[in-house]
Design a protein around this ligand. Structure first.
Ligand SMILES: C[C@H](N)C(=O)N[C@@H](Cc1c[nH]cn1)C(=O)O
Ligand SMILES: [Zn+2]
Ligand SMILES: [Zn+2]
Length: 479
C-alpha cells in the first residue's frame, strides 16, 4: 500500500485520540490579550513544545522579551521554532500557526464552557475556543507527524515550524525573530525553506474547500478621553461638565457610516477600483448573500449583490468599532459619568494601505473632529498594533500541490479566496525568505472564530488533517 494511503487510513482509525489531544489544547486558556492569562499562554507554549518533542521534532523556544500591556510589564510568550528532517533531496516546508486564542467567557453567550471541548456527535461539531482558530489546525499538523512516526513512514518533505503565542494581539517581536533567524543563514532554523504553509483561516462558505492567496492588514487604535479626576455622579455633575463618553461616542460615530464606508478622508480613496478581470472572478465564485447571512447568523448583509459583498471582505478596507474600555457595562442602572474612556476600533487594510500610511490620516482626522466638539476634555489617539496586507501568486507549485491535495481528499476544486482577516507575520515570511506563502484553511465560514460557540466540524478536523498530510506528498512530487 502506498505511504499516503496508509497515512490516510491511520487518520481515520485514530480520529478519537486526535480529538482528545485537541481537548487538552482547548483546556489551556491561552488568551494573549488578557494580562491575567499570560502564564496560561506560556503554559500552552510549553505544552505544544512537549508535544512536538515527543513526536521527534527538534525545537528551540525563542524568548521574545517583555512588553507593557494593561499597565504591566509582561513576558512575551515564546516563539517555538522546530525542525524535522534534514534530507537534502527533499523540499523543506515552513509551517506557521498560533497557539494563543481570543478571549471567551460563558457569559458572552456561550452555551457551554468555552475551554472544555464539547464533542457534539449528533451535529458532528467540536465546540470550544480555539478549535478553528488556531489550535485545531496546529493539532492537524501534529496528527500528520504522529501518523508518520507511528507507521514508521518517512516524511515526504523536511518540515520547519514557527508557532507563536501573540497573534491575536499583534504578533509583537515575531517579525524581528523571523528576520534574525533568516539572518543566521545555514545555521538558522529557516535555512533551505522552499515555501510556507499557514493553516489559520476559513473556507468562504460551508461547502467548498479553499486556497487563500491574500490577507487584509490591520491597524488597531484606541481613542482615549479623560477629563474628570474620578468617576462622577450624573445627578450632581450632569450638564455641568464635559463628559468623556459623550465626546467619545460622537467621535466613534464619525469613523464609519452604516453602509461600511470609512469616513476618514483618504482611507477608502487609496484603494484602486477593481479591474474587469477581478469582477469576473468574484461573479464566478460559489457564493451568495445567503452564505454571509448563514455565517453571520442573521439576515444582515449590507448588499444583495454578491460581487459587492465579496469585494467588501476580500479587496476593500473596513472599519469596525470593537468596544469601550472604562464604560459602564455591567447589569443594572448605575448613574455614573465615567472619568476615563478608551474607544477601540480597527481598520482592515488592503494594498496599498499600510499601518504607516493610515496612522497619520486617522490621527489628523480625529484631532480635527475633536476640535469641533469644543470640549475641555483631553483626547489621545493611540495606535495599538497592526500588520500589512499580503497577496500571493497562485501560479506556483505550492498552490498547485495544495489544489491536488484538496481534490484528492474532498473530490472538489477549491475556491481561490482572499481572506478578510489578518495574520501579521505572513508578509514577513514572504519578504524575508523570498518564497511563496500559501494559506490552506481547515475550518468553514460558519465556525464562529472570535465569536461565541466557536466550533470546528469533526469532518473538517479529520479530512483537513488528511489534506495537510496529502499536501506534503504533493509538494514532494511537484515540478
Ligand atoms: C485570520 C486569523 N485567524 C485571525 O483571526 N487573525 C486576527 C489577528 C489579529 C489582529 N489583531 C487582533 N487579532 C484577526 O484577523 O483579527
Ligand atoms: Zn483569530
Ligand atoms: Zn488565527
Amino acid at each position: 500500500m502506498a505511504a499516503r494511503t496508509k497515512f490516510v487510513e491511520y487518520i481515520d482509525k485514530n480520529a478519537d485520540s486526535f480529538i482528545e489531544r485537541l481537548a487538552q489544547a482547548v483546556r489551556i486558556q491561552s488568551i494573549s490579550s488578557d494580562a491575567r492569562r499570560r502564564q496560561d499562554v506560556i503554559a500552552m507554549g510549553n505544552w505544544l513544545n512537549d508535544q512536538l518533542v515527543s513526536l521527534g521534532v527538534t525545537t528551540k523556544l525563542v524568548d521574545l522579551g517583555t512588553h507593557v500591556m494593561q499597565g504591566q510589564t509582561l513576558p512575551l510568550p515564546p516563539a517555538i521554532l522546530g525542525k524535522l528532517g534534514e534530507d537534502k533531496n527533499k523540499r523543506t516546508i515552513l509551517i506557521y500557526g498560533h497557539y494563543d486564542v481570543q478571549p471567551a467567557l460563558k457569559s458572552d453567550g456561550w452555551n457551554t464552557d468555552p475551554f472544555e471541548l464539547v464533542v457534539d456527535n449528533e451535529g458532528g461539531k467540536l465546540i470550544g475556543r480555539g478549535t478553528t482558530d488556531d489550535k485545531g489546525p496546529i493539532m492537524g499538523w501534529l496528527n500528520v507527524i504522529e501518523a508518520h512516526k507511528s507507521l514508521g513512514l518517512d516524511m515526504p518533505v523536511n518540515l520547519r515550524f514557527c508557532f507563536e503565542g501573540m497573534e491575536e494581539n499583534g504578533s509583537e517581536e515575531l517579525d524581528e525573530c523571523v528576520i534574525s533567524e533568516v539572518g543566521k543563514g545555514k545555521e538558522g532554523y529557516f535555512s533551505g525553506v522552499d515555501c510556507v504553509c499557514i493553516s489559520d483561516n476559513y473556507w468562504l462558505n460551508t461547502r467548498t474547500p479553499a486556497l487563500t492567496y491574500g490577507l487584509r492588514g490591520i491597524a488597531y487604535f484606541s481613542i482615549n478621553i479623560t477629563g474628570p479626576g474620578q468617576d462622577l455622579h450624573s445627578g450632581l455633575f450632569g450638564r455641568m461638565v464635559h463628559e468623556p463618553m459623550t465626546d467619545l461616542i460622537k467621535l466613534m460615530s464619525r469613523l464609519v457610516d452604516n453602509n461600511g464606508n470609512i469616513l476618514i478622508p483618504g482611507v477608502d480613496e487609496m484603494v484602486p477600483p477593481p479591474t474587469p478581470e477581478e469582477i469576473k472572478l468574484y461573479k464566478e465564485m460559489d457564493y451568495t448573500t445567503a452564505d454571509v447571512e448563514e455565517a453571520a447568523g442573521g439576515p444582515i448583509a449590507i448588499s444583495e449583490d454578491k460581487v459587492t459583498v465579496l469585494m467588501a471582505r476580500m479587496r476593500s478596507s473596513s472599519l469596525s468599532l470593537h468596544g469601550i474600555e472604562g464604560a459602564f457595562s455591567d447589569v443594572g442602572c448605575k448613574t455614573v459619568i465615567p472619568s476615563k474612556v478608551g474607544g477601540k476600533f480597527s481598520i482592515r487594510l488592503v494594498p496599498p494601505q499600510t499601518p504607516e500610511n493610515i496612522i497619520p490620516l486617522v490621527k489628523a482626522y480625529l484631532e480635527s473632529e475633536f476640535a469641533k466638539l469644543n470640549s475641555k476634555n483631553k483626547m489621545f489617539v493611540e495606535y495599538l498594533h497592526g500588520g500589512k496586507p499580503w497577496v500571493a501568486d497562485v501560479k506556483h507549485w505550492n498552490f498547485e500541490a495544495a489544489k491536488r491535495a484538496i481534490e484528492a481528499i474532498y473530490n472538489k476544486t477549491p475556491d481561490y479566496t482572499r481572506e478578510g482577516g489578518s495574520i501579521p507575520v505572513t508578509l514577513t515570511f514572504a519578504e524575508a525568505l523570498g518564497v511563496n506563502v500559501l494559506l490552506l484553511p481547515m475550518g468553514r465560514a460558519d465556525d464562529g472564530a472570535h465569536s461565541t460557540n466557536e466550533k470546528l466540524d469533526r469532518s473538517n478536523f479529520i479530512e483537513g488533517t488528511k489534506v495537510l498530510g496529502t499536501y506534503l506528498y504533493e509538494v514532494a512530487a511537484a515540478v
